[in-house]
Design a protein around this ligand. Structure first.
Ligand code: ADP
Ligand code: MG
Length: 240
């Protein structure tokens, strides 16, 4: 392939991405602007005021999330960011970060993690993936429930799973996962899983989904087990 062609292709992807981001971010901004305008009314009662403020914040959060997710998609895969990731630490971090959101939804986060479990990958990306999956799990349980995070060895591989007791998905829904803009939520972006599929594959991982409508869903991420040789390499590079 000619260099010119590659440049043209890059430009095409970048401008497409820019167009999507501006389109997606404009909606929540327009909605927020509308609410702020309504707040200007001196006769507005206190209850409405609180509601509009709440909705404005929610829309601003959505704008922020869209930008974060798009930036992740746009970042090239850079194996220089690879490090030895200790899954007990990573899962503990996710639990702490997601707990406030879980409590708000009456959801309990449980963990079952093998103490020695580790993989090689990009820490920021793994964290973002796990956060996206835990967020979806929590959002799937309208009346509260339980999210179980596990990490352990299975048949010479490392498996991380995120299980919920939520609404579940149909076969058709599952087959569409990971494509752009597949959201069933009023304020969804459909970008979360796209990021998860991209990042996990980039780390050499595999994603499996098991779901049953009205029962719940399990997302399993499978990674190659670290060999002695690259284990030593990563131990060294971590010291730097
Ligand atoms: P968003 O959360 O913004 O809708 P995602 O890409 O994170 O976008 O998810 C896409 C869709 O996949 C969701 O709208 C939902 O319909 C479905 N989904 C994802 N995770 C789950 C889950 N744990 N339980 C049920 N449905 C899910
Ligand atoms: Mg999501």
């Amino acid at each position: 392939i000619k260099a010119e062609y590659i440049e043209a292709e890059k430009l095409r992807v970048v401008s497409q991405l820019a167009a999507s981001v501006s389109h997606e971010v404009r909606n929540p901004l327009t909605v927020t602007r509308g609410f702020i305008q309504l707040l200007d009314d001196p006769n507005l009662d206190q209850k409405k005021k609180v509601e509009f403020l709440h909705l404005s914040l929610q829309e601003l959060d959505r704008a922020q999330e869209i930008i974060t997710q798009y930036l992740t998609l746009a970042k090239p895969i850079n194996r220089d960011h690879d490090a030895l990731l200790h899954l007990p630490e990573e899962i503990d971090y996710i639990t702490r970060v997601m707990n406030p959101f879980a409590l708000l939804h009456d959801v309990e986060i449980m963990t079952e993690v093998h103490a020695e479990c580790q993989i090689v990958g990009d820490q920021q990306k793994l964290r973002q993936c796990l956060m996206n999956l835990v967020k979806n799990a929590i959002e799937a349980m309208e009346n509260g429930g339980k999210v179980t995070l596990t990490a352990g060895y299975h048949e010479e591989q490392v498996v991380i799973s995120i299980r919920d007791t939520g609404v579940g998905m149909s076969k058709e829904q599952i087959s569409l996962l990971g494509g752009a803009y597949q959201s069933t939520k009023d304020t969804g972006t459909g970008l979360g899983l796209m990021v998860v599929f991209n990042s996990i594959r980039a780390m050499g991982g595999k994603i499996e989904v098991e779901s049953s409508e009205g029962v719940g869903t399990v997302f399993s991420l499978t990674f190659p087990k670290i060999t002695e040789a690259n284990h030593e390499n990563y131990n060294k590079s971590r010291i730097v």
